[in-house]
Design a protein around this ligand. Sequence first.
Ligand SMILES: [Zn+2]
Ligand SMILES: [Zn+2]
Length: 220
Amino acid sequence: MLLEVPVTNPLLFRRRGRLAWYNDYMTKCCGICGVTKPVSDFHSRPGASDGLRNQCKRCRATQRHESYLTNRTQALVSAQSWSRANPEKRKASHRKYYEANKAAINAAAKIWAKNNPEKYKLGIANWRKRNRCRVNISLERYRDKKYQNVTTLTYSDWLQILDYFNGRCAYCLGRFSVLELEHLIPVSKGGGTTIENIVPACRSCNARKHNRPIWSLLAA
Ligand SMILES: [Zn+2]
Ligand SMILES: [Zn+2]
């Protein structure tokens, strides 16, 4: 049974040793939802005249969650606009965070990959598509190791070479979406993957040249 009596400070009840009775039978009307509830449904507030908050626990939780959501959205929006304005700083801070938490991030990524094999495979395939030049270089490195050739070409070297040839095939001068790394001196004849020995070539020119040195193609 709930009593409709005005709430007084619980400290008075504690003094008289009747706190349990106070919690069970005293009520208060919530200032937000307007429902009369037992005082145990209100958080305490030392400064208040009755020692309780004006809103019930449930209303208080809702209020706090809403303010969290608005603040969170605002924080996200401002963070987004900052990283758009400072792409270099964002990159640097991401790298710094990654370096500091490498082990944990890699472990979490491994677990994610294990739990989402399909998404993981798709992600790898998409990365390969976007970074075809990088993939090519790593394939060449692998081949060079086999023949014990020199590999010094970096991704930025490759971009420099592409720029030098205006993004065209070095042989037919055509424009292609995919240009392969072409060794002037073939890998099988000791040609390394270096900035001096690499030119961009389209697939058909690369296939036509195959293992012959460059002069044989020009004579043909
Ligand atoms: Zn309420
Ligand atoms: Zn070509």
